[in-house]
Design a protein around this ligand. Sequence first.
Ligand SMILES: Nc1nc2c(ncn2[C@@H]2O[C@H](COP(=O)(O)OP(=O)(O)OP(=O)(O)O)[C@@H](O)[C@H]2O)c(=O)[nH]1
Ligand SMILES: [Mg+2]
Length: 448
Amino acid sequence: MPTGTTIAAISSAPGNAPRAMIRVSGVHTGAIARDFLDIPLDARGAIHTRFTLSAHASIPVLVLRFPRPNSYTGEDTIEILMPGGTHITQRVLARLLDDERITLAEPGEFSARAYMNGRLSLSEAEGIALRISALRDGALKAADALLDGRYGERCRAWVDEIAAMLALVEAGVDFSDQEDVIPIAPGDLHARLGAIIEDLVRESGASSGGRVVDDRPSVVLVGRPNAGKSSLFNALLGQNRAVVSERAGTTRDALRECLDLSRDVPGAGVVELIDLAGLDEHSIDDLDASAQELARSILLNADAMLWCDPTGHFEQVGFQMPSDAQVIRVRTKADLPKGDLPNSGLDVCAFDPSTLGVLRRAIADATSVASGSGVGVFVPRHRRALRAAIDAIRNARTQVDPHASAIANPEIIALGLREALDALGELVGEVSPDDVIGRVFATFCVGK
Ligand SMILES: Nc1nc2c(ncn2[C@@H]2O[C@H](COP(=O)(O)OP(=O)(O)OP(=O)(O)O)[C@@H](O)[C@H]2O)c(=O)[nH]1
Ligand SMILES: [Mg+2]
């Protein structure tokens, strides 16, 4: 993302509204303000002026001026507020983009620039992305915690504690030839590492059920034979992966594929989607019986299930619901007429892609709850980082014998702690490889 350019985009919500806003940011903003609005960008503040659309037309606007570095992006910025209305805003934007000094902002580019200029930490940026996409109260709270930096503070506290222990362990390395110098007792180190692991695990939600947070929550398709599970599996994946037929009992094996939800749901990650054999009170034959048995055992460990039923009745036949799984009721084959009974599921038709968006969102929603309680689990990057830190500290801790009089392998422990610091450093924004940044900001909408 070059920052030598000047970008512009409509920053208000799409559609007609009383006011709309176009934001311009970058090195040429001062010249743009002078040329198009006849105002200087010499001080902060609001000015009423007119925007020239053509030789004979102009519209009244209110311009908020933010000379660098006191702007959202940290660059020279103006925000042009104008009467709302898609037509007017589009014309103003088009006029600006006609000027070769200005390019249309990419999604998230304003925030990316804010990050580059140190105005925003990566976590705060993700908080913004999360807030834009938040569907639930939980996600909103998480977004707020990221935005006001509380989460960053907590990460920094972990980083400080690990860094302190690293220093003590390394001091032990340096003084290893002097037996009477023991910077930290093995028992202490063991306990402090244990406490940190506990904290991190709680944050990542990893403690539930003893299952370490998996990057990929599993989502199973469950329902009676012929309910349309495999068709839905294929439709969600956008490829013909599973065999579909009008014969009941078509699917035998469990088919697993990764489903990336991030394109529909900013901030969401990848889930493992699993198509299973249909479940019934009876089985057709031996093969079907073992297919159903396999399906039931996989169902028990699922994070979320799509309960498929074309009737919309959702009678639980032939399977036990896993107690801690999120259940999404899906009325499949929604293109067919439904009965008189009330339908309590999401209407989905495998042949109509427009019905799938809501389901994808529901899956993203269900899996973000399923995999943890902390802020971190809402953002895949955080989850990965927390998990890497937990693994590294756990490995280091196995090298510490709490009952020994000295630390046996300080180098290995130091290595593990440094790995954990690297992982957490990514969260507090110290280590941020370009691809990480790209991934975060790509989930933004244009104008943010
Ligand atoms: N009209 C309509 N038919 C559908 C839809 N989805 C699936 N079907 C049809 O329903 C039949 C069964 O579909 P499958 O996807 O094989 O059902 P399944 O639940 O995987 O079946 P088993 O693997 O045997 O348990 C096929 O003939 C599909 O073409 C839908 O949305 N609308
Ligand atoms: Mg099937």
